[in-house]
Design a protein around this ligand. Structure first.
Ligand code: UDP
Ligand code: MG
Length: 303
């Protein structure tokens, strides 16, 4: 059986349509399936729509979070709940073309354990967004050693991979990268990103930036290394300035050094503050990890 995991946040307009298209497609091709909608604390009628679908078709299930926990948590909840031999994660807005599930499934039958959907292009997005996304993926790609520039959450995972993922205790999991990190026999298919059919993207500039920072610090200590590099540069600068001021002191014009002292003071204190900030961020991650809070809380489920 194939499990289709569909995270949904404020998608009342898309739930019924997504279920119809995806279930219709799989049924027409004789693939036994279950659909799992994960309502990520929506503020609209998303959950009611899911319950209605479940009444009409028990092969469509749903779980509902007690509040918005974010798409990553929704994906992991779906993976934990699903019972299929393999699972596909797909967006509710149908921006991931559902027909591609058939290709993914065929590859899975051939023996691949992970089939990754790779964007042929990044669809319509603003220049600034595209640039930020490229920088972000370059950092993540360097950290994981896997090219992620066109990676997406649209993936098919074998039961083995699902089990590996749900057994991870990591709280700030970045599904896209983690599912490559686990290894296994993987292949890719490319797809074209479609326009959203209804509703609107839930991402704001602020949430995207926070998401990027969180994922970068989950994967790499590059920011810490930048601080070290800055520290080394500062040391070199300090040596140059010390030599210069000593020279002036011997020459008898010491007061002029006042400027250098001020500059040095400003630089070093700002670098110290930056490094403290970054160290603080890692400590907060450790703190979150130590707390061992659950990744999400389910408040209701169909059945
Ligand atoms: N989503 C979610 N929780 C959130 C934000 C989004 O479950 O906090 C779901 C959303 O319903 C959709 C998918 O994640 O199925 C992708 O979201 P969206 O279309 O807003 O993002 P984009 O396509 O712009 O990356
Ligand atoms: Mg979308």
């Amino acid at each position: 059986m194939l499990s289709v995991i569909i995270p949904a946040y404020n998608e009342e307009k898309m739930i019924a349509r997504a279920a119809e298209v995806i279930a219709g497609l799989l049924d027409a091709n004789g693939i036994s399936r279950e659909l799992i909608f994960v309502n990520d604390g929506s503020k609209d009628a998303t959950w009611e729509c899911i319950c209605k679908l479940h009444e009409a078709d028990p092969g469509i299930r749903g779980i509902s979070f007690s509040r918005n926990f974010g798409k990553e948590a929704a994906v992991f909840a779906g993976l934990t709940e699903c019972e299929g031999d393999c699972a596909v994660v797909i967006d509710c807005d149908l921006q991931h073309p559902p027909e591609k599930i058939l290709d993914m499934y065929a590859l899975w039958e051939e023996g691949y354990e992970i089939v990754e959907g790779v964007k042929a292009d990044r669809g319509k997005e603003s220049l600034a967004h595209g640039f930020a996304a490229r920088c972000f993926y370059r950092m993540i790609s360097n950290a994981t050693g896997i090219d992620m520039s066109n990676a997406s959450d649209f993936k098919l995972l074998d039961r083995k991979v699902v089990n590996a993922l749900i057994n991870m205790t990591e709280r700030d999991a970045f599904f896209r990268a983690l599912s490559s990190w686990v290894g296994f026999k993987a292949t890719q298919i490319t797809y074209d990103v479609r326009e959203r059919e209804a509703g609107e993207s839930a991402w704001t500039a602020k949430s995207l930036i926070l998401y990027a920072i969180s994922n970068i610090t989950s994967y790499t200590s590059v920011p810490l290394q930048i601080v070290t590099m800055l520290g080394i540069l500062m040391l070199i600068l300090g040596v140059v300035i010390s030599v210069q001021s000593l020279y002036k002191w011997f020459a008898g014009s010491a007061l002029e050094g006042f400027t250098t002292v001020i500059i040095l003071q400003c630089f070093s204190s700002s670098f110290i503050m930056i490094s403290l900030g970054i160290i603080g961020y890692y400590i907060s991650k450790i703190y979150e990890g130590v707390q061992g809070r659950p990744r999400y809380i389910v408040s209701e489920r169909t059945e």
